[in-house]
Write a protein that binds this ligand. Structure first.
Ligand code: TMP
Length: 261
């Protein structure tokens, strides 16, 4: 899509100028990174699966009144989105101890947290995305109190919706990361969900055997990442049985029958 004006290139996605005012096109790459870009790989087909899974989840959220930046999926790798001013904060919601909280607080991996916990991280590669407090966010003007409160409340509501959605298909939602943006609709400013929700940004464990169905397969060199992401898509009912993995990898499948197109 080189004919479009590039706005921003991140580790896993690219943003291009959209066809209309206040819109952008979000392109999902196959690049996988971990540990602040120290570990890198290109995993063929990952972008196609994340585009489809994230579209499905964002539509579910839009349907229950939790506004997101998604307007519509355009094709195998791209979505049309609302243009927002993204807060430089990652909101992480945790239900079960895994990943960084295990080492930071000395918890046992897999232990259930008494209640869901929201954590804040400052998006800054040079600093390695440090965990921060609400006070840190306020004194640096990364967001104001009202914005943080709103985004935190929405994060917990998203946790409720997604925990139920995944539980119904035999998957535990261990934790996930969200990003929010300021969106101006005429004079009114709203805080809405941006970026993506996919196995790149969640920890998803099979309820029966706790098999990891997310990016930890890459972080921990477990292999089978595409197969795991495909399993998530299949369980969510957005990829029919028998879809050829090669076609996902090339991103030009004609046999993938999408529910909503
Ligand atoms: P953590 O346990 O490494 O702090 O990660 C918490 C959750 O956030 C986990 O579901 C993975 C997700 N995450 C991202 O989406 N991007 C990131 O850069 C990091 C560090 C975590």
């Amino acid at each position: 899509m080189s004919r479009r004006k590039l706005i921003y290139e991140g580790k896993a996605k690219i943003l291009y100028e959209g066809p209309e005012r206040n819109t952008m096109v979000q392109y999902f790459k196959d690049d996988a990174t971990a540990f602040n870009n120290e570990k890198k790989a290109i995993i063929e087909g990952k972008g196609v699966l994340n585009n489809r899974i994230s579209e499905f989840i964002f539509n579910q959220l839009n349907d229950v009144g939790l506004e997101t930046h998604l307007i519509k999926r355009l094709n195998m790798r791209e979505q049309l989105i609302k243009s927002c001013e993204v807060l430089p904060i990652e909101f992480v919601v945790r239900n079960i101890a895994a990943g960084s909280i295990v080492n930071r607080l000395g918890l046992n991996e897999g232990s259930i947290l008494k209640n869901p916990v929201v954590e804040y991280y400052y998006k800054n590669d040079a600093l390695g995305d440090p965990i921060v407090t609400i006070e840190h966010i306020k004194i640096n003007d990364w967001a104001n109190e009202e914005e943080i409160k709103k985004a935190t409340k929405i994060s917990l509501r998203i946790n409720d919706v997604l925990s139920g959605l995944f539980r119904a298909v035999g998957i535990k939602l261990v934790d996930f990361k969200l990003e929010f943006g300021r969106y101006w609709n005429n004079e009114e400013k709203k805080i809405i969900l941006v970026d993506e929700i996919s196995p790149d940004t969640c920890r998803l464990w099979d309820t029966k055997n706790e098999k990891k169905l997310d990016k930890d397969r890459f972080r921990k060199d477990l292999g089978g990442l595409i197969e795991a992401y495909q399993e998530v898509a299949k369980r969510l009912g957005i990829m029919p049985e028998g879809t050829n993995i090669k076609e996902i990898k090339t991103g030009i499948s004609k046999t993938i029958k999408l529910k909503k197109s």
